[in-house]
Design a protein around this ligand. Structure first.
Ligand code: SAM
Length: 256
């Protein structure tokens, strides 16, 4: 791993985890014998620990060096398979074909937002254990009313409960990033979502377009104050005050 430190590709968000305790805790979140997709295995800090537990492990990696390395390993281990490509293109098809129980990954920082929006739409039976920059993890785990509560905080609650598992300083990685990192655990809440995920995504994007404006303003020309009141929402509220259930009521009202 030290060798890779010299050649880590910034554009691919490469910061390799070297904290053994963190590696153990991430892998331990995944039950033994299940099917897992790991996003961005890199040189394999988490991959080796996952391989020791998983019944089946599929890796999605864009970097040619790492993909080639894991493809060679996969030839010797029938439980392992590799998708060499961009997770933003490959994720949904891979999830539909493989039907993983779990997804794990120390995610490339530059993809956090759009990748999480994709991940949150997948209804996995097991869950997800995901590493982010601490600020992004805080946004995802935030509750309504918090300054950092936003679209991602709403989207992940469609299928999951969110919990912070651990926080790590820059020195837990080579090369060290500039900021702290945090691992979050997404566990399925198993309630039937009251609206389609694609509708929720659209509503949340529109509703949070101007955080400082009221929701009546963000939905001007689309939903009247009277219709907000009819679904029990004060149109003078700001988007960060609305909980998941309120967002789904807006989605349902708009699809009527
Ligand atoms: N899992 C390793 C670890 O924890 O040490 C590496 C984590 S590093 C933060 C992110 C990994 O994601 C790198 O291996 C990088 O090459 C890979 N990656 C970056 N962008 C990607 C993309 N669009 N699709 C698939 N993999 C990507």
């Amino acid at each position: 791993m030290q060798a890779y430190d010299q050649t880590a590709k910034k554009a691919l968000g490469q910061h390799f985890l070297r904290d053994r305790q963190a590696i153990r805790r991430i892998a331990a979140a995944v039950p033994e014998g299940v099917s897992v997709i790991e996003i961005g295995p890199g040189p394999g800090a988490i991959t080796e620990a996952l391989l020791a537990r998983a019944g089946r492990l599929t890796l999605i990696e864009m970097d040619d060096r790492f993909a080639a390395h894991w493809q060679r390993r996969a030839e010797e281990d029938a439980r392992l398979s590799v998708i060499h490509g961009d997770v933003m293109r490959e994720l949904e098809t891979a999830a539909a074909n493989i039907r993983p129980d779990w997804i794990a990954g120390n995610l490339p920082y530059n993809l956090s937002g759009p990748l999480t929006a994709k991940l949150a739409g997948l209804d996995l039976p097991g869950g997800m254990v995901l590493m982010y920059q601490r600020e992004v993890a805080e946004r995802i785990a935030a509750a309504p009313g918090s300054k950092v509560y936003g679209g991602l905080s709403v989207l992940v609650r469609h299928h999951y409960e969110v919990r912070r598992l651990l926080t790590l300083p820059p020195g837990a990685f080579v090369p060290p990033p500039r900021v702290h990192s945090a691992v979050i655990l997404l566990t399925p809440h198993r309630r039937v979502p009251p609206c389609a995920y694609a509708d929720l995504q659209q509503i949340v994007r529109k509703g949070f377009a101007h955080r400082r404006k009221t929701i009546a303003n963000n939905f001007r020309g689309v939903l009247t104050a009277g219709r907000f009141e009819a679904i029990g929402i004060d149109p003078g509220m700001r988007p960060e005050q609305l909980d998941y259930a309120a967002w789904t009521r807006i989605a349902a009202e708009l699809s009527r």
